[in-house]
Design a protein around this ligand. Structure first.
Ligand code: ZN
Length: 284
């Protein structure tokens, strides 16, 4: 077996909650579009797909049927062994039961776990209250779904350490450093090093991935690869491929991530390798 230390996982977040067809006609919104895009991203090197769906008007929503259709369409492509990670957020001000249902019933291998509340982009509270986080952690254990612990600032890492101690989250833990969102930590190399140091001290042995929203996107990608982390790309985080240029597709982001990883003389993890790195069961 090749050395897993040299492998980097590419997660693709194709859709997210915010970009609309007005922002970019290239963002996939309908289940069939999302499923097709995820398949193409898998072919290009993505090992994990972080999935959001929208309602019929394209708005941020947790409509169970949309997730069900999207997941079914991906699973129908039986050659595609990408790891599915279903969001438990989907936007702000959504009902908790709607946030909990898709991962619990559809049983992807992973789900997101936003480890604290924050003022989102200066316009709303992104609420993940303690009771919700306890419920989500226990339901994920019950469903056999591994949480990806999303942290938007260093305090959320300490929050995660608390939930690990309480048995709400299990080890080994996997973190996603979400950087550059207004209301959270800025997307800089210095901040990433700080976050990684805190993680190594508080939850040693964890795996981690990172992304930057906006102008810090490339800096975080290069820095994360250099620091031994994994990376996330896609239109959930950035609709611009570079300044002033709208991305053609999510595949374009995955292809660039692959080139950067390979130029660094690392290798892109396959989904099977990503399962080993993340401590997931091999695919049946
Ligand atoms: Zn998301």
């Amino acid at each position: 077996m090749s050395d897993l230390k040299n492998k980097r996982i590419i997660t693709v977040a194709t859709t997210g909650a915010w970009p609309t067809k007005k922002d970019t006609p290239n963002v996939p919104i309908e289940p069939a579009e999302i499923a097709r895009e995820i398949y193409d991203c898998w072919k290009a090197g993505a090992a994990v797909a972080h999935i959001h769906c929208r309602d019929d008007e394209g708005r941020a929503a947790m409509v169970f049927e949309k997730f069900e259709e999207t997941v079914r369409l991906i699973r129908e492509r039986t050659d595609c062994d990408i790891i599915l990670n279903i969001t438990t957020s989907g936007g702000v001000n959504l009902r908790e039961e709607d946030r909990l249902r898709p991962f619990y019933e559809l049983k992807p291998e992973m789900c997101s776990y936003d480890c604290g509340s924050m003022n989102w982009q200066h316009n709303a509270v992104f609420e993940n209250n303690p009771q919700f986080l306890e419920k989500l952690g226990l339901m994920a254990q019950e469903a056999g779904v591994k949480p990806e612990i999303e942290v938007f600032d260093p305090g959320m890492i300490y929050n995660a350490a608390y939930y690990i101690k309480k048995g709400i989250l299990k080890l080994p833990a996997h973190f996603q450093f979400c950087m550059g969102v207004a209301g959270g930590i800025a997307a800089t190399t210095k901040n990433l090093a700080f976050m990684k140091d805190i993680l190594d001290e508080t939850v040693p042995g964890s795996t981690w991935s990172a992304f930057g929203v906006g102008k810090g996107a490339m800096e975080i990608m290069y820095a994360a690869i250099a620091m031994g982390g994994h990376i996330r790309v896609g239109m959930e985080d950035n609709v611009l491929y570079k300044k002033g240029v709208v991305a053609d597709s999510n595949v374009q982001f995955v292809e660039r991530a692959r080139r950067v990883i390979e130029e660094f003389t690392c290798e892109v993890a396959t989904p099977a390798e990503a399962r080993q790195i993340l401590g997931l069961k091999p695919r049946a």
